[in-house]
Design a binder for this molecule. Structure first.
Ligand code: TEU
Length: 569
């Protein structure tokens, strides 16, 4: 059986607003990306995932789409898109589009038609409901359910003209599509085929495990009166597997070499196994969220320290759970998460070593790694001063709501600085010049002042940089079957500082070590004598291969046991 191509490849994510600006308006664009493709080619990635570039009022930075078959003028035109796609394919890089179909923009013609009257033929394309029985539309608490929006406040907005509410799990400008309606599903599938016919190579599917809702839309469980998540009624809902299998048949049948990855907040490993079981033909892989919630309490704004023990337990469980059936995607960050080195490593004294160690540990897991733009430079969180430095709707809404209910502004700001999505969205740092070579205009979001030191030009010139380390890891996955296909065994699960595991395929065995602390430590792995004589294939030589400097990572290859010969078993 031949293995799918995406097991040996690495994906690079571009957030187009913040990658490269060709026309000087301060916002990144497609022409800017096309000019910078050598950066991706040099890294050796096989796939580019582009965050949304479609026409959008940009209420949620493009995740609110008003036309699925065009390009937002800020980013360029369909001709620019075709040029980018051709330039990628020339370099052997595939293109995966962001598919955002749990919701549209409220400015999408489908929604305009749906809201126009209760009798509109498209009324049922969205979730419209009357006020709570016995209550008047618009009265406090009259919302049809007690669900909360992911961006603060209720998940319902009243349409004054027709007297009904529509559901929006995200912003009020992102009404949820009603996937129960077969016309909606067919419209989405037709759009997907349209992009595949144009030459794209797959989709990253935004919150795709939210599309099937319990049709009765019951109240969410939780404290009486208050708004609660309600997600138990729409997260991996009753028809989710049916919808994804249908999509596979209607869109992907008879097309090869594609990649589908579903973004799935709250998905369990058991559900993920079903979604990614090749025999079920739903998705190739999913993004799970467990490991990016270990440093949070009840909400993402309640910070708590990450314990290495929890991180190993979680990622180890996902490795084991998808070992026989299914496939993992691997990531430390994306456009919604803080910068990896600031969150999981050390972004000060040991920044370079920590960024490399995190990359080593992640890329040596079994699964397909995703690199978020700037991660390969070890880019860090931004030093936000006050609320005026933030642009993201999630942060602005949370700040307004929390401060209005009495939270001290400094306390709210402290969690925004750590968790806010704008950390990931500051412009890509290309060089040490003004605005980091991102734009000749005024950037839409400030460039991190540390670009004078942390930038792509400097990284490319330095053979020991984080960038060249990523290049080696990506090549290793492509060239070493044990990295792409080997099995995974977690070691030292209760060690508070060392992340350690082995990968094995036939006679080939690797030991991966990562020091998640600022102390020098000796990795107390079983079989220490054997590994003491191993070959170092990633990392710096430093005498004892099991002695790690602060935040150091390393990969060792076992030498064949004395007397063992290929084919002797
Ligand atoms: O994100 C889904 C999601 O649930 C979270 O990651 C979300 O961004 C938020 O941080 C929860 O606290 C996807 C997109 O990646 C995100 O950019 C969009 O805002 C969201 O869906 C809506 O389309």
């Amino acid at each position: 059986m031949t293995e799918p191509w995406w097991k040996a490849t690495t994906v690079y994510q571009i957030y187009p607003r913040s990658f490269a600006d060709a026309d000087g308006d301060g916002i990144g664009d497609l022409a800017g990306i096309t000019r910078r493709l050598d950066h991706l080619a040099e890294l050796g990635v096989g796939v580019l995932w582009l965050s949304p570039i479609y026409p959008s009022p940009q209420d949620d930075a493009g995740y609110d789409i008003s036309d699925y078959r065009d390009i937002d003028p800020t980013f360029g035109t369909l001709a620019d898109f075709d040029r980018l796609l051709a330039a990628l394919h020339e370099r052997g890089i595939k293109l995966v589009m962001d598919l955002v179909v749990n919701h549209t923009s409220d400015e999408h013609p489908w929604f305009a038609e749906s809201r126009s009257s209760r009798d509109s033929p498209k009324r049922d394309w969205y979730w419209w409901r009357s006020p709570r029985p016995g209550m008047e539309a618009g009265a406090p608490g009259a919302e049809p359910t007690n669900w909360r929006s992911a961006f603060s406040g209720p998940a319902w907005e009243l349409d004054e003209a027709t007297g009904e509410y529509y559901l929006h799990i995200f912003s009020r400008k992102q009404p949820d599509l009603n996937w129960e309606n077969p016309e909606v599903r067919q419209a989405v599938y037709a759009t997907m085929r349209w992009w595949l016919d144009r030459g794209v190579d797959g989709f990253r599917m935004d919150v795709i495990n939210f599309i099937s809702k319990a049709p009765a839309l019951p109240d969410g469980h939780g404290d009486g009166g208050a708004f609660v998540s309600g997600s138990e009624h729409y997260l991996c809902g009753p028809r989710i597997h049916e919808f994804l299998a249908e999509m596979r048949r209607e869109v992907f049948a008879d097309r090869d070499e594609l990649l589908t990855v579903g973004e799935m907040p709250g998905v369990t490993v058991e559900e993920a196994r079903l979604f990614t079981d090749p025999a079920r033909a739903e998705l190739d892989m999913v993004f799970q969220f467990e490991h990016v919630q270990l440093d949070q309490g009840g909400s993402k704004w309640e910070l708590r320290p990450l314990r290495l023990f929890d991180l190993k337990a979680s990622l180890g469980r996902w490795q084991a759970g998808l070992a026989e059936t299914g496939w993992n995607s691997l990531y430390w960050g994306n456009h919604d998460q803080p910068r990896a080195v600031s969150r999981f490593g050390d972004d000060r004294e040991h920044r370079v070593r920590a960024a490399k160690m995190l990359a080593t540990v992640l890329h040596m897991h079994r699964g397909t790694p995703y690199v978020y733009q700037g991660e390969e430079l070890g880019m860090t969180n931004y030093p936000f001063a006050g609320i005026e430095d933030f642009r993201d709707i999630e942060s602005l809404n949370h700040y307004a709501e929390a401060v209005a209910t009495g939270d001290p502004p400094e306390h709210v700001l402290a969690s925004l600085r750590k968790m806010g999505r704008d950390n990931a969205r500051t412009p890509m740092q290309w060089d040490g010049s003004e605005h980091a070579g991102f734009t000749t205009g005024t950037p839409w979001l400030a460039v991190n002042p540390n670009h004078v030191e942390i930038n792509a030009a400097a990284a490319r010139a330095d053979p020991d940089s984080v960038f060249h380390h990523y290049r080696r890891l990506i090549a290793l996955r492509r060239d070493e079957p044990v990295v792409a296909h080997g099995d995974f065994t977690m070691l030292l699960s209760s060690d508070e500082r060392v992340y350690a595991f082995t990968r094995r395929l036939g006679d080939s065995e690797l030991l991966v070590l990562g020091n998640f602390s600022g102390d020098a430590v000796a990795a107390g792995v079983p079989d220490a004598e054997r590994w003491a004589g191993a070959e170092l294939i990633v990392g710096e030589a430093n005498g004892d291969p099991l002695a790690l400097r602060p935040w150091e990572g390393r990969v060792l290859r076992a030498r064949p046991a004395p007397g063992a010969r290929a084919g002797s078993r």
